[in-house]
Ligand binder design. Sequence first.
Ligand code: KMH
Ligand code: ZN
Length: 407
Amino acid sequence: MALGEKVMVRLRMSAHDAHYAGELVDGARMLALFGDLATELLIRLDGDEGLFRAYDSVEFLAPVLAGDYIEAEAELVSIGASSRRMRFEARKVIGAARDPKLAASAATVFDPPIVVCRATGTCVTPKACQRNPLPERDVILTAALVGAEITREQTPHLPITPQEIADEAARCREAGAAVLHLHVRNDDGSPTHRAERFAETLAAVRAKTDCILQVSTGGAIGMTIAQRAEALASNPEMATLNCGTLNFGNDVFVNTRPEIRDLAGRIHESGAIAELECYEVGHVEEALALAAKGTLSAPLHFQFVLGVPGGIGASEANVRYLRSLVPAGATWGVAAVGRHQQPMTELAMRLGGHARVGLEDNIYYEKGILSDGSAPLVRRAADYAQTLGRKVADPARARQLLGLRSV
Ligand code: KMH
Ligand code: ZN
């Protein structure tokens, strides 16, 4: 059981449930359903029925009548040391037609379903009753500072020189970043993947932060695999492995299956741990196939890249499906581009995942307002994590969670 998981029940309100005139069912009947759903969430999370402490909001939004089929759902939205905050919704999906022109047995399917009740509340499982390890409470924030596409014309806040990147890295570390995803640039701002430039840039960054340094082997569109692999010479702790080809805007980001295996081997030889960049469902399946063959070693680290024109869309349904493919013991996070970055980052954190923000993927703090570097985006994500009761991991904790050797 992880954050964001849902449980659901569907049942028919009978004549016995009607409590008021007009076959009206009392609202408390919905709360009884919510209590059973809360109990199921607690049993799945803690192995204990726990206690319902309090509702902080209950809204009755439409009448429930005998004969209605009610679908009730509960979602685990945050986990404290013993408190468990949940969100509830009951919807009627079918109801008697109650039309004198039709047979008394006529019934209607409501499409979309009619929401009859919403609530939020907090349950408690005393620590002594908690029988299962808590799911991932720590969240790892990655800052993608530079990328290969953004230009100074698009934003004056783009760091370019090794020192500018190091200074921005320090601000991101201060804001809550544990991992720095790095591309490098020539002094004129053009993208390069030269080993010397990576060595120079990583040395400057290492001098200013203790973050986990993750180099890109994606490089820029059009770079050869050999060029892209030059980043590995700078002894990074992590490196990205792009797990498939895709249309990337109007370009094609080519990662043939032999090239993916080639880069996976080079990353392994360099001693770095791969982060699996997946832009499509098939990319996740490719990574799982490589792991099954032993080309990739556990623990696996998935990064779902969302919203790239040509890649999988940035939606909750897609994130929930992608997450369902992640095997036990693996970590997952999202890197969403542009306007999708903030909502998908927050969704991922609600669902127990990790997140990546930064100018590489999004230059705006909010619509029409450029972000003053990547650090404000990191800070906002860190602040949001706190509201969920999740702890922002520092680099040392992130190394433990990612299975990296401590430094
Ligand atoms: N800029 C992201 C959409 C990589 O550098 O290996 C893709 C990315 C991949 O960051
Ligand atoms: Zn990148």
